[in-house]
Design a protein around this ligand. Structure first.
Ligand SMILES: Nc1ncnc2c1ncn2[C@@H]1O[C@H](COP(=O)(O)OP(=O)(O)OP(=O)(O)O)[C@@H](O)[C@H]1O
Length: 422
């Protein structure tokens, strides 16, 4: 259009017209091209930044975790701990199993696992079994827990399961974490062999304390304020241990704590800690009951050990109420809106002001306002000195697991079996 108009208005000898025409070519066209180039550059940059953010956050329906020092399976394959991360296409399950020398010294000969005693429940990998393991002395077989990988399993599942065993190996021993005894992974079916914490989980223990049961297998089904602190302190020691390894648990709750007859507490359910370890984030497929989660996790923001501290406050509530579901008046799906109004649970009648003060410090909306596991443990150690060691916590109502599950927002299958055992 501009060119045509110029030609019509000018004679051929008109120099100004020539200049005008060249202006069009020399100034406007390059300007136009530079503008297009800049827009394209901007779009590419924007796409790049967006991709980077997505990779950092890895959104999932439940959580986004911070990236701990990345020790993924290929790191271990490089000789730092094992040889798990093989290219999936190049190997069959059998070849793959043969290529995990790091697990060689953990192997328990299958014939030592003499007798499966019972299936405890279905875990995240498959059945969780109680079995007898021969220790050389036939009169004294040792009871162990077998976590089996359900079959048929694909290579990814096998890889994940072996990685999980190596994760236990990497964590090493801590008296408040469930201990790995070994594994059977040279052929299918695959087993992770764990110490048997025979009295089962704390939630069932708490519920049984409501009953008229005195002792069972050496465990006294009475709980005092002092014992609540004692169990809490052990859980915090386990969290400190994880924190030192730049990890967090992600699912601190009474259902994930195992209890021995001397009230030694052991944190189990390390599935999310393993995900943080291998992937730097919690996977989107893991569903954790919402009522135990810190606000940052409900909001799908990066979370860390102080989200465990929030859940620890809920754990204290569980203990002092002998296993009541948190926020009984709030439907599980409404918990975020409830917390956004800055509402927290009221002090249960069985809870002292000192203990409630500790709970409230765990339920600070801002992560930075919450104590670290160590600070919290020190507070518990002070509180324990004056805590009541005589009055037994009592709740007259028995628990109906289906009702509990609905109010707590938990799958009833994950609870019922254990409770019916008692
Ligand atoms: N070492 C153990 N001793 C006694 N009981 C155990 C032991 N390990 C697990 N259990 C029982 O099995 C239940 C499920 O355990 P756990 O949460 O560790 O399994 P999981 O489903 O494989 O979870 P994750 O993958 O998160 O570890 C526990 O609540 C407990 O009742």
């Amino acid at each position: 259009m501009g060119m045509t108009r110029t030609l019509l208005e000018c004679s051929l000898s008109d120099k100004l017209c020539v200049i005008q025409e060249k202006q069009y070519e020399v100034i406007i066209v390059p300007t136009f091209l530079v503008t297009i180039f800049l827009i394209l550059l901007g779009v590419i940059l924007w796409l790049f930044i967006r991709e980077q953010r997505t990779q950092q956050q890895r959104p999932g329906p439940r959580d986004i975790a911070p990236v701990p020092p990345s020790r993924d399976l290929s790191w271990e394959a490089a000789g730092h701990g094992g040889n798990v991360a093989l290219p999936l296409k190049e190997t069959s399950v059998e070849n793959f199993l043969g290529a995990t020398p790091a697990l060689a010294k953990l192997q328990v000969p299958r014939e030592q696992l003499s007798e499966i005693l019972e299936q405890i429940c279905n875990g995240s990998y498959g059945p969780i079994l109680r079995a007898n393991m021969n220790t050389g002395d036939t009169s004294k077989p040792k009871s162990v827990i077998l976590k089996a990988l359900k079959e048929p399993a694909g290579l990814h599942e096998v890889q994940d399961f072996l990685g999980r065993i190596q994760f236990h190996q990497y964590l090493g021993k801590h008296k408040n974490l469930v201990q790995l005894e070994g594994c059977c992974t040279e052929q299918l079916p695959l087993y992770m062999v764990l110490e048997d914490v025979a009295h089962g989980d704390l939630l069932n223990f708490l519920w049984t304390c409501r009953r008229d049961v005195m002792t069972m297998d050496g465990l006294l089904y009475d709980l005092t304020e002092k014992q609540v602190y004692h169990i809490g302190k052990q859980v915090l020691l386990a969290l400190e241990f994880l924190q030192d390894k730049h990890l967090f648990h992600g699912d601190v709750a009474a259902r994930n704590i195992l209890i021995q007859s001397d009230l030694t507490a052991k944190l189990c359910g390390l599935g999310l800690a393993y995900e943080v370890y291998t992937r730097g984030a919690i996977s989107s497929t893991q569903t954790i009951p919402l009522k135990w989660l810190a606000p940052e996790r409900l909001l799908l923001r990066p979370a860390g050990i102080r989200a465990d501290v929030w859940s620890f406050g809920i754990l204290l509530y569980e203990m002092v109420t002998l296993g009541a579901p948190p926020y009984p008046e709030v439907p599980p799906a409404s918990i975020l809106q409830h917390l956004q109004k800055r509402k927290i649970m009221k002090r249960p009648s069985s809870c002292t002001r000192t203990m409630y003060g500790i709970m409230k410090s765990c339920w600070c909306w801002r992560e930075a306002g919450r104590p670290s596991p160590r600070e919290l443990r020190l507070r518990l150690e002070v509180a324990i000195k004056t805590a009541d060691d005589k009055a037994v916590l009592q709740v007259p109502e028995l628990v109906v697991p289906e009702l509990y599950a609905a109010v707590a927002g938990i799958r009833v299958e994950s609870l019922f079996y254990n409770y019916s055992m008692l």
